[in-house]
Design a protein around this ligand. Structure first.
Ligand SMILES: CC(C)(COP(=O)(O)OP(=O)(O)OC[C@H]1O[C@@H](n2cnc3c(N)ncnc32)[C@H](O)[C@@H]1OP(=O)(O)O)[C@@H](O)C(=O)NCCC(=O)NCCS
Length: 182
């Protein structure tokens, strides 16, 4: 019998010239304060700036969300350091390993671009993101008071987290292999 169902496939590709609107839509779905196309264009035009978009295909009739993108990362590499500027997955696709896949690809791409250390900021009340980063061997190296401005006018402190890319990717790969072995 013919079946049109296939396993969902995740692809993670660099942000292209025509992806700005898509990226702005994804960012708005993930954060209270969305970044405009102009904000995103500025970040991507910085020396060493780049972005990744995750799309999902297969698994029956793909939804529009899946074709347009379900998650993203924005990064910047400067010499041997890089920064994860933003990372998000739209709510309907969370807790399926999409952010983990985007983060791993981001770390690999930054390593290939010459970076050895990745930094990021995360709000101190964002426990889901902190758990994700700890799984990728990021550790807290500082606190930035009142770093984030919230739409309700309040401010939130952020932790600065840091990971050694070679060690973190090697540890993650070893853990994934151990989990996969019977
Ligand atoms: C944080 C975020 C990117 C996680 O995306 P995701 O695709 O759901 O994450 P994954 O499924 O890849 O999760 C990988 C691991 O991270 C941790 N994690 C992710 N979401 C979590 C949650 N809500 N609670 C606890 N742990 C969580 C878990 O360890 C998880 O592994 P597990 O599912 O096997 O337990 C997503 O919730 C999001 O976009 N949030 C809004 C934007 C944001 O906060 N971005 C980070 C800014 S610094």
């Amino acid at each position: 019998m013919l079946s049109f169902k296939s396993e969902p496939q995740l692809t993670i590709k660099p942000v292209g010239a025509f992806d700005l609107g898509r990226l702005a839509r994804l960012h708005k779905h993930c954060f209270e304060e969305g970044w405009s196309r102009a904000d995103l264009a500025h970040l991507l035009a910085l020396p060493g700036g780049f972005g990744l978009i995750a799309r999902q295909s297969g698994g029956g009739f793909a939804s529009l969300d899946s074709l347009r993108g379900i998650g993203f990362a924005l990064l910047r590499v400067v010499r041997d350091e890089c920064e994860l500027l933003s990372l998000g997955v739209i709510p309907a696709h969370r807790r399926r390993g999409v952010a983990a896949a985007i983060l791993q690809t981001s770390m690999q791409n930054c390593l290939e671009a010459g970076a050895r250390t990745m930094f990021l900021e995360v709000a101190i009340d964002n426990l889901s993101a902190q758990t994700l980063y700890e799984r990728f061997h990021f550790s807290r190296v500082g606190t930035r008071p009142d770093y984030y401005a919230r739409p309700d006018g309040t401010r939130m402190h952020a932790y600065t987290m840091r990971a050694d890319l070679i060690d973190a990717l090697a540890s993650s790969a070893a853990e994934a292999a151990a989990e996969a072995s019977p």
